[in-house]
Ligand binder design. Structure first.
Ligand code: FAS
Ligand code: PHB
Length: 396
């Protein structure tokens, strides 16, 4: 089929305008590699999704490399540790003492906003509200993507395709089932999260294991708090009044914290299901999967956005080397290298979730194991160092 007038060419077609797709597009732009981002939703819709809140140093450095870290450094909060509570007990894991590295608290919404701003400032090509995205010839040397925008058919001829379209996207499904191996664990509970324009209960995060279930006290800034409680999979956000949420949260954190809690109306309320998921391989021909398109973690370890970042780092370096030096080591080694780090993040997220949540089928022995795990973490420096190293982010 010849090139029609409404066909366009680019070097990298990126499906998905979330943090993975935007960060990859911006990094490629900074080294002169052309890309087009296809996003199913509007920019406002993408920015309206409240998700991650904790950034590893690796992601911070990538955003610096992308020229998008000014606001992050001006408004982000440096956290040198976190609190872990069980019942009325509470102890601190000191990231900086054990690793020399803090994390930065800065919402994914703001990261995405900064990336959109950078792409627009650079005249980056982003098509919003696209439909019917189909990947063609991923296993050939001349792949292309077709899609529609408000009913108008489009085609992009490209060298490579980056599938950054999240867990429910089309990219993963483009890899033939016979070539894919999928690993999944679905957790028997969800997280009910709210945003409230109230001062955070503590200046650091509090992860709490209580007999009523898990709770997390987080924040976005001095007057914007983010709280989560473990909830039933049958719950819907509308089942929970603000008052019911606050009362339940107070029951799940130590009394001294509950007494300090400033409550207020929720400005966002949503429920996220929890799953661990990995698809292998993350490459098929000239299609590369990045971020949630390839893997999902329970948010307990704050690894979702941060493993998307390391995927982007590996893929960006591989594509840069291909275009600069004509070498393919980076792109050929992408899947294996990304999966090595992903599986360690999967393990940490699963371990932390197992220690902090109440499971419907838990026996008395299981509960004793949880307390033993928490007591060991509380009293053993090596255990704390291991947790800190995972939380701040293992090396890329
Ligand atoms: P995203 O899903 O963010 O982005 C994919 C983009 O592709 C979306 O904008 C989508 O609209 C678009 N898309 C989908 N199909 C498409 C198609 N066919 N064509 C074009 N575009 C398409 N991580 C944490 O670390 N902490 C958290 O607290 C946390 N909470 C979360 C809560 C929820 C409800 C979810 C779903 C995830 C959460 N995560 C959390 C993980 C989250 O932050 C992801 O790791 C992060 O968004 C990954 O970014 P992307 O890979 O860009 O995927
Ligand atoms: C958040 O602030 O949204 C957040 C922080 C840490 C997590 C999960 C979510 O582990």
């Amino acid at each position: 089929m010849g090139i029609e007038e409404d066909d366009v060419q680019t070097q990298v077609a990126i499906i998905g305008g979330g943090p993975s797709g935007l960060l990859l597009s911006q990094l490629l732009h900074r080294v002169g590699i052309d890309s087009i981002v296809l996003e199913r939703k509007t920019q406002d819709y993408v920015l309206g999704r409240i998700r991650a809140g904790v950034l590893e140093q690796g992601l911070v450095q990538l955003l610096e490399q992308a020229g998008c870290a000014d606001r992050l450094h001006a408004e982000g909060y440096v956290h040198h540790g976190t609190l872990v509570a069980y019942g009325q007990e509470m102890f601190r894991i000191d990231f900086t003492e054990h690793t020399g590295t803090p994390v930065i608290v800065y919402g994914q919404t703001e990261v995405t906003r900064d990336l959109y701003a950078a792409r627009e400032a650079a005249g980056g090509a982003i098509d919003y509200e696209v439909d019917d995205v189909v990947i063609h010839g991923a296993d050939s040397d001349a792949p292309h993507v077709t899609y529609t925008v408000h009913g108008e058919k489009r085609r992009i001829d490209c060298d490579f395709i980056a599938g950054c379209d999240g867990f429910h996207g089309v990219s993963r499904q483009a890899i033939p089932l016979g070539l894919r191996r999928e690993y999944e664990k679905v957790y028997p509970f969800g997280w009910l999260g709210i945003l409230s324009e109230t001062p955070p209960v503590n200046h650091e995060l509090i992860y709490a294991n209580s007999e009523r279930g898990f709770a997390l006290c987080s924040m976005r800034n001095d007057m914007l708090s983010r709280y989560y409680i473990q909830c039933s999979l049958s719950d819907k956000p509308e089942d929970w009044t603000d008052e019911a949420f606050w009362q339940e949260l107070k029951r799940r954190i130590p009394a001294e914290q509950a007494e300090k809690l400033v409550t207020g109306p929720s400005i966002e309320k949503s429920i996220a299901p929890l799953r661990s998921f990995v698809t292998e391989p993350m490459r098929w021909g000239r299609l590369f999967l990045c971020g949630d398109a390839a893997h999902i973690v329970p948010p307990t370890g704050a690894k979702g956005l941060n493993t998307a970042a390391s995927d982007v780092h590996y893929l960006f370096n591989g594509l840069r080397d291909y275009y600069r030096a004509g070498t393919t080591d980076g792109i050929d080694g992408y899947s294996e290298k990304a999966l090595k780090r992903i599986w360690k993040a999967e393990r940490f997220s699963w371990w932390f979730s197992s220690m902090m949540h109440r499971y419907p089928d838990q026996s008395e022995f299981d509960l004793k194991m949880q307390v033993a795990d928490l007591e060991f973490l509380r009293t053993n420096k090596a255990a704390q160092k291991a947790m800190a190293e995972n939380y701040v982010g293992l090396p890329y």
